[in-house]
Design a protein around this ligand. Structure first.
Ligand code: HEC
Length: 190
């Protein structure tokens, strides 16, 4: 009986291990479980693996592409769709997984382990994109026809969106969620 309970608990433990989650908003990143010093930001819809929990913090692993030695991790190589950005002076260690060259620039596929608050993380990224799509469609068609998401490239959308967002009822905390949705569905994304 007890061994069965232990086997069950062990199975639960391994299920809870390395859970794929997505940030719902811009989240602060820390070097450890206790420090209040913010060393970076995680962007909404960025995929992370939750490795362990310690009090109100979780240790996460973020993967993506780094342009040369810039302290940022991008969703794909060569486009400015941020997964996470870091304070250049924080000395964050990027583990290099792979390397590729695009237009004479080196992009490293990297992975980094950092801490964040155990909040504003969900496992359903599609619901997040649906929420962003709704906000875009309802707010950006009030004065003129809705501009197709495919009208602009991933690198053009952030400034285009920011130039217009102030005229809408979209809350500032949701700006980056809508920007991520627009960038990930842009003209130059498949
Ligand atoms: C309050 C009215 C209003 C709302 C809401 C609005 N727009 Fe506009 N938009 C305008 C006007 C007016 C123009 C004409 C150019 C200008 O005034 O800057 C324009 C122009 C544009 C253009 C063309 C710019 C160019 O250089 O070709 C785009 C793209 C655009 N809006 C996207 C958006 C998006 C995305 C949103 C939602 C975040 C949005 N608009 C919300 C009023 C609005």
């Amino acid at each position: 009986m007890f061994s069965r309970i232990f086997a069950f608990i062990a199975a639960m433990g391994s299920l809870a291990f390395a859970q794929t989650q997505y940030a719902t908003t811009v989240k602060p990143l820390y070097a450890d479980a206790k420090s209040e010093k913010v060393i970076g930001k995680l962007l909404p819809t960025a995929k992370v693996e939750v490795l362990k929990t310690d009090g109100k913090r979780v240790l996460i692993s973020i993967e993506g592409f780094q342009e040369e030695a810039k302290p940022a991790i991008y969703f794909v190589a060569g486009k400015r769709i941020l997964n996470a950005g870091f304070d250049g002076k924080a000395g964050v260690k990027f583990e290099k997984l792979d390397s590729q060259e695009i237009d004479e620039k080196i992009y490293n596929k990297v992975k980094v382990q950092v801490w964040t608050d155990n909040a504003d993380l969900v496992n359903d990224v599609e619901a997040l994109y649906a929420q962003a799509k709704d906000m875009y469609e309802q707010n950006c068609s009030m004065c003129h026809g809705l501009h197709p998401v495919k009208e602009f490239t991933a690198n053009q959308w952030p400034s285009m969106f920011k130039a217009m967002a102030g005229r809408t009822g979209i809350e500032k905390k949701d700006y980056f969620l809508v920007i991520q949705y627009l960038q990930k569905n842009a003209k130059d994304m498949q």
